[in-house]
Design a protein. Structure first.
Lengths: 317, 302
């Protein structure tokens, strides 16, 4: 077995013999210059902070006094921290509430839009408006909608309940520990639906039409075509939508910040909210970094599991 | 089939543009009619639900203090309190917030397009040792949530003395692996022939990038630019961390601050929300194509 011994090479030959050619060397130099701003920024503002945050998570540090090295102390504290567990529960509640609902609704909309009917552009525009809107403005808007006495939502709900003679009253939404999270979920689904819908629509239009024509000739019903052609061939899109929706849900913050400030009784303190509180309200930089890394690990883990299990249900042509 | 397919590089078109003629048998036509009718009803109902919150915002923004709280709620304010817009503008320096948002978003858009396209050109066209490895490294960082790096980023910006400044609001967010990746993928689809001719003529790499690559990449640049602009305009978390003075606030921050100060003046708050929404909605209406194409192309999230 041949092992390559370290050989000293003059700088001109660092990159192997083919780079001895002056034109190739010019190309490498050009590449260096083209990449310089990008790579410097990447190292300083991405890779550096990533490594630093791992380091920070081993510290007890309030930014003012010199940091204390506590090794895994922050991580150990995490496990006993009821507030942290509560924030994880809130995040998972949000995830489980918003992801499937958003998926089903946006798929239904995409299916409805994927017809040869007039006005598709108009509908698509309307559904997309919330997507481009600022989350802060939209959260503010919904906070006012959810207002129990003067908001339009409860007025309409109560009118509807009265009309249907149902013995129900609309809840106090953001003032209720039970209903605050569902309120945030509802608003977020409303805001994000158009985005997933556009993705699904692209997936639907990628399904070859001849498959439907063949099914039609064989006398397959619409439902059957949906279950045996549309849904299986749409699984790659569904997989993608699922992955990004789940990653997005783990990062939920702004809605809670504007609509509830984490309340009532901390029922809407999500994990990112908890990171924010620790780092920027209580100045526990080390602890906040540790929470951030646990969140990162969770996101990575869940995404990895999805990659691993995709062959069981994702159908690639 | 030509008009409706999407391959890896082409742009999705709405199903409406599928113009196909086929002979319909009566039962199939009836089925189609039903399907279209259900689709219309679903889509229209959905649209109403999409629009109501915006109408409610607009309506409230034009009500005086009494009308805003009246029960049962009214949709058409009477009299129309146009003065709310003036009052809001005077309550807080919204023109400053507006300018800050515009400045930060524009700078970020231009700077990100520049750095991303330069880097993408090197990744797509130039041969240099370690290219693939570096690129994979870039791709790996796409997974990193901003929340993981925001604390060290804050400390870094503090060390640089950039807290509460335009530097802090822009520089750390300029460099984007995502944008680099997106443009690199697009550059790869551009045929090499033109560049080969330019190379024979002795053009420098920069000339090739500037005179050939960029003009051919206008759609991709427009898509990326619009997304960066939208994302910066709406960005909240990072400005929230590093801005402390009123004068440096961007619109979303100003709005959040306004909420803290005027918690019960919902008519004025709705004016603020409208002010923050209008510019991006105007851009959206004019550049819709690029928004939709960008998403179908890449799954880019704002």
């Amino acid at each position: 077995m041949a092992t390559s011994a370290p050989v000293w090479r003059s700088p001109a030959n660092w990159f192997g013999p083919e780079y001895r050619n002056p034109a190739r060397r010019r190309e490498v130099r050009a590449a260096f210059l083209f990449l310089l701003p990008n790579v410097v920024g990447f190292l300083v503002f991405m890779v550096g902070p990533l490594l630093a945050s791992l380091g920070f998570s081993l510290l007890d540090w309030n930014l003012l006094s010199p940091p204390d090295l506590v090794w895994l102390g922050n991580y150990l504290e995490l496990f006993r921290d009821a507030e942290f567990w509560r924030s994880l529960r809130a995040t998972f509640y949000y995830l489980i509430g918003s992801v499937p609902l958003g998926l089903v609704l946006s798929l239904a909309l995409a299916l409805a839009l994927n017809q040869r009917i007039k006005g598709i552009r108009l509908f698509r525009t309307v559904y997309f408006i919330p997507v481009v809107s600022s989350m802060v403005a939209v959260a503010l808007m919904w906070r006012w909608m959810y207002n129990p006495t003067s908001g339009i939502l409860n007025y309409m709900l109560n009118e509807m309940f009265a009309f249907l003679r149902l013995p129900l009253r609309a809840p106090d939404w953001l003032q209720s520990p039970v209903w605050a999270m569902p309120a945030i979920i509802l608003m977020s689904v409303w805001k994000g639906m158009g985005y997933n819908m556009v993705l699904f629509l692209a997936g639907l239009q990628g399904i070859p039409r001849h498959l439907y024509e063949a099914a039609e000739i064989d006398g397959a019903s619409n439902q059957r075509q949906f279950w045996t052609i549309t849904l299986p061939l749409l699984t790659p899109t569904t997989f993608f939508v699922l992955i990004i929706s789940i990653i997005g849900s783990f990062q939920v913050f702004e809605q809670a910040y504007i609509m509830t400030q984490g309340g009532p009784v901390r029922s809407t303190v999500t994990t990112v909210y908890y990171i924010y509180e620790n780092g920027f309200e209580w100045h526990k930089m080390g602890y906040a970094s540790a929470v951030a890394w646990v969140l990162f690990a969770l996101i990575l883990g869940v995404t990895l599991i999805q990659w691993r299990t995709q062959e069981r249900w994702v159908f690639y042509e | 089939m030509s008009s409706g397919t999407i391959g890896s590089g082409t742009i999705a078109r709405p199903a409406a543009s599928l113009s196909r003629t086929r002979v319909e048998v009566p039962s199939a036509r009836r089925r189609l009619w039903w399907r279209n009718a259900t689709a219309y009803v679903t889509l229209s109902l959905g649209s109403v639900l999409m629009i109501i919150p915006f109408l409610w915002m607009l309506s409230t923004s034009l009500k005086d203090d009494r009308q805003a709280y009246v029960f049962p709620p009214i949709w058409i304010p009477s009299p129309v309190a146009w003065s709310n817009y003036l009052d809001t503008w005077q309550a807080l320096p919204f023109n400053l917030f507006f300018l800050n948002s515009a400045l930060v978003s524009l700078v970020l858009t231009v700077a990100q397009l520049a750095t991303c396209s330069l880097g993408a050109f090197a990744f797509a066209r130039l041969r240099f040792p370690g290219r693939e490895r570096l690129f994979v490294f870039y791709l790996a960082t796409l997974m990193i949530p901003f929340q993981v790096i925001m604390i060290p980023l804050f400390v870094l910006v503090k060390e640089f003395g950039w807290i509460d400044s335009y530097w802090g609001l822009t520089v750390p967010l300029i460099f984007s692996p995502y944008g680099t990746f997106l443009l690199r993928q697009f550059f790869k689809t551009i045929p090499l022939e033109l560049e080969d001719a330019a190379k024979i003529d002795g053009c420098s790499w920069f000339r090739i990038y500037w005179n050939i690559m960029l003009p051919l990449s206008k759609p991709a640049m427009a898509t990326l630019g619009i997304f960066v602009f939208m994302w910066s305009w709406n960005n909240f978390l990072w400005p929230l961390l590093i801005v402390s003075s009123l004068e440096m606030k961007t619109l979303p921050l100003g709005l959040a601050y306004f909420l803290g100060q005027y918690t019960i003046y919902w008519n004025l708050l709705m004016v603020g929300a409208t002010i923050a929404l209008v510019p991006i909605l105007v851009i959206f209406f004019f550049a819709q194509r690029y928004f939709i194409e960008g998403i179908t192309l890449t799954g880019l999230k704002g």
